[in-house]
Design a protein around this ligand. Structure first.
Ligand SMILES: Cc1ncc(COP(=O)(O)O)c(C=O)c1O
Length: 401
């Protein structure tokens, strides 16, 4: 960036060194869903209307008890730093949530509040692993896992999943990779993004047992809990006390923009992660933390939002095959359709860009989630309104060959 000389000064123009560039650790892949969102915003700025199916962002606002608390907090007047580990009332409420929703006992002392689950990944990867550690991930999988690991000098190890294991990362696949070269960690998500698939209770138990017996650190991303269309999701805490559970208010609780999430940590990681958080972030915004306490008193409202997703899911699973999508993964949970676009293209990046420009429908190329097979897949988020989904399908009808 060129700096303009300070007006009225005689200091001249600062010199810029040509050799100063970004670090090699910053050379992570772009998060394509976010790039599509930016491209859509550029078109919207030109007056176009875009159907948003690119990011997993609920179309509904935060529930009323959260908004009520937020208004009260603002009326109170003062917002400040909080303890880095998070405010006690929210940590206590989360602890109670585990006993109410899952029947597991989670002491408040092991609950830490984070800036969304994203903050939780950063703290966990830094606080639980040393540079070079090998962490297994399902591919296709959420791209930020891989990007954060790479930026922090850890090694993401992609394990390809497919129809053979119903698109679920299994203990067998993890054990096979561990035999090939020892793993330090495994990150699982059920329901998963982008596949929408869930591990069965047995599959989850087997992964927990394998990690416990092999000394592999297990991280369970439970951000899509609450958003399941059959059986509810089970927490890995049931089977493994050493697991790091990462969760968030972003998805089921409709609070993406509040940037607040949480972790349940093994006791011996609490203080190390707290120390890191003190220096990295100081604290999660107090407004979001105090308001989030209300999220657990909004089951009726949030279940109505979820019923809207279930309607979208049914609608898309009915309509998309009629448009020629001949391979759609099971959608056990979350709010994504991961579909093959092989009948239309072998280049999902180009497909996504043309679909946005020409049809005004934003969706994410599979390459975001799977560097190999992703050119044949696209992810469509159905977290928006029913009306948006209908408009999306109408537009695709007019655009697809
Ligand atoms: C699987 C998964 N984990 C984590 C996140 C990050 O969410 P947040 O930082 O808003 O909690 C996302 C967002 O889409 C996700 O899909």
């Amino acid at each position: 960036m060129t700096k303009a000389p300070v007006a009225g000064s005689n200091l001249g123009t600062p010199t810029i060194s040509a050799s100063l560039g970004p670090s090699s650790r910053s050379a992570v892949e772009p998060f394509l869903a976010m790039d599509v969102m930016s491209a859509a915003a550029r078109l919207e700025a030109q007056g176009r209307t875009i159907v948003h199916m690119e990011v997993g962002q609920p179309g509904s606002p935060a529930p009323e008890p959260v908004l009520r608390l937020a208004r009260q907090v603002l009326e109170d007047g003062r917002l400040g730093y909080t303890e880095a580990i998070g405010i006690r009332p929210l940590r206590e409420r989360i602890s109670r949530h585990y006993s109410e929703a899952y029947g597991v006992d989670v002491p408040t002392e092991r609950v830490m509040i984070t800036t969304g689950s994203s903050g939780g990944f950063n703290l966990t990867f830094l606080g639980a692993f040393d540079p070079g550690a090998r962490i297994a991930l399902a591919s296709p999988g959420y791209p930020a896992y891989r990007n954060i690991l790479s930026a922090l000098g850890l090694q993401p190890v992609d394990i390809a999943i497919g129809p053979q294991s119903d698109w679920v990362l299994t203990a067998d696949l993890i054990a096979e990779e561990h035999r090939r070269q020892a793993l330090d960690g495994v990150l699982i998500a059920s329901p998963a993004n982008p596949t929408g698939t869930m591990a069965s209770l047995d599959q989850l138990r087997q992964i927990c047992e394998l990690c416990a017996s092999s000394g592999i650190r297990l991280i369970s991303d439970e951000i899509y809990h609450g958003l399941t269309y059959g059986k509810p999701a089970e927490t890995a805490l049931h089977f493994n006390d050493d697991v790091i559970v990462i969760n968030s208010f972003s998805k089921y609780y409709c609070m993406t923009g509040w940037r607040v999430g949480w972790m349940v940590l093994p006791a011996n990681l609490v203080r190390p992660l707290e120390r890191l958080a003190q220096s990295l972030f100081i604290s999660v915004p107090e407004l979001s933390q105090r308001a989030a306490v209300g999220a657990f008193d909004a089951a009726g409202e949030l279940d109505a939002v979820k019923a809207g997703y279930a309607e979208n899911r049914k609608f898309l699973l009915d309509q998309m095959p009629r448009l020629g999508f001949d391979e759609i993964l099971p959608v056990d949970g979350a709010f994504y359709i991961y579909a093959s676009v092989a009948p239309f293209t072998g280049d999902s990046l180009d497909f996504a860009s043309r679909m946005l420009e020409e049809a005004g429908v934003a969706a994410t190329p599979g390459l975001d989630f799977d560097r190999q097979r992703g050119r044949n897949y696209m992810r469509f988020s159905f977290a928006g309104t029913n009306e948006a989904m209908r408009m999306g399908i109408e537009r695709l009808k007019g655009w697809l060959p």
